[in-house]
Design a protein around this ligand. Structure first.
Ligand SMILES: Cc1cc2nc3c(=O)[nH]c(=O)nc-3n(C[C@H](O)[C@H](O)[C@H](O)COP(=O)(O)OP(=O)(O)OC[C@H]3O[C@@H](n4cnc5c(N)ncnc54)[C@H](O)[C@@H]3O)c2cc1C
Length: 260
């Protein structure tokens, strides 16, 4: 695994296009003068993300300026920035816009913003701070995601070389399921809940163990990822150094959760 750092730009972008992916997800393309042609969309940096700054209830956008040494939580003109992280799903060369996929829900600012977003709406974007490029030498990737990490899973599917075997586990109720990736590959094992995810992955690994060089990558609700990490470690399915799981949100917690 290797990485590159980027200067942290801040950008005010507008919605160029909104696409419905499923009843629970919308794909939103953002662009405008703030988006220069060399926005760092790095191949194989499939989990790269930006900090999205949302408008407050009065419509104001409190966009901190890291280049001026502003801290992200400091008020801007009296308004505390509302910041959440989103995966860079792609770069749309035709529209000249970055593509983010949002889970729709009524519990938080971001979920509600995405539910109502329309062409012309403004958002702030900070970053990406860096790119983490995934290796292409493992023979197998096991990917375990809920909907917040479908964008990363789709990038794995589209960007990893075809000779790499993918074993994909995805959590979503039946109504929100859809083919993952522009050209789906590997069997997607769909499950309804985090508990089902842990049970299914461990059961499958007992029946068909991973090769020594495999990597497990996963992201989703933090408690679910902790449960999965414990199950994989307890079962000694593969060395800890090959398990890469991330909490992307936490039940009952608002805002950016501390990175593990
Ligand atoms: C590196 C990284 C990349 C991410 N990429 C994406 C992405 O590409 N697409 C995406 O949709 N999300 C992504 N997320 C997750 C997203 O940042 C969180 O879901 C965020 O909390 C949403 O903010 P909110 O304002 O809607 O809710 P918050 O104000 O943070 O939370 C309010 C309430 O909503 C609940 N909640 C938060 N998220 C969800 C959810 N998804 N479903 C149901 N309830 C929820 C919380 O538990 C809390 O009770 C990513 C997170 C990280 C760390």
């Amino acid at each position: 695994m290797h990485g590159t750092m980027h200067p942290i730009h801040r950008r005010t972008l507008t919605v160029l296009e909104v696409e419905t992916l499923s009843p629970s997800m919308r794909r939103i393309t953002l662009g405008g003068d703030g988006l220069e042609a060399d926005f760092p969309f790095v191949p194989l940096a499939v989990s790269d993300h930006v900090k999205v700054v949302f408008p407050g209830s009065d419509g104001s956008l409190a966009l901190p300026d890291p280049e001026k040494g502003m801290r992200l939580r400091e008020p801007v003109d009296g308004h505390v920035p509302i910041i959440r992280e989103y995966t860079i799903r792609g770069y749309n060369a035709e529209l000249r816009g970055i593509v983010l996929d949002f889970v729709l829900h009524e519990h938080g600012v971001a979920g509600r913003w995405a539910t109502n977003a329309a062409v012309g709406d403004a958002l702030g974007i900070l970053g990406p701070r860096g790119s983490r490029i995934f290796p292409t030498d493992p023979s197998t990737y096991l990917i375990a995601v809920d909907e917040t990490a479908f964008p990363a899973a789709e990038r794995f599917i589209e960007e990893l070389p075809q000779n790499i075997l993918l074993r994909i586990y995805a959590v979503a109720p039946e109504r929100n399921r859809r083919p993952l990736g522009r050209q789906p590959r590997g069997e997607v094992e769909w499950v309804n809940s985090a508990d089902d995810l842990v049970a299914r992955v461990t059961q499958d690994l007992l029946a068909a163990p991973l090769p020594d060089d495999a990597v497990v990558w996963g992201a989703g609700e933090q408690g679910a990822m902790q449960q999965l990490r414990r199950a994989l470690s307890d079962g000694s399915f593969l060395p800890k150094s090959r398990i890469d799981l991330h909490g992307y949100w936490r039940i009952g917690f608002s805002g950016e959760i501390p990175h593990e």
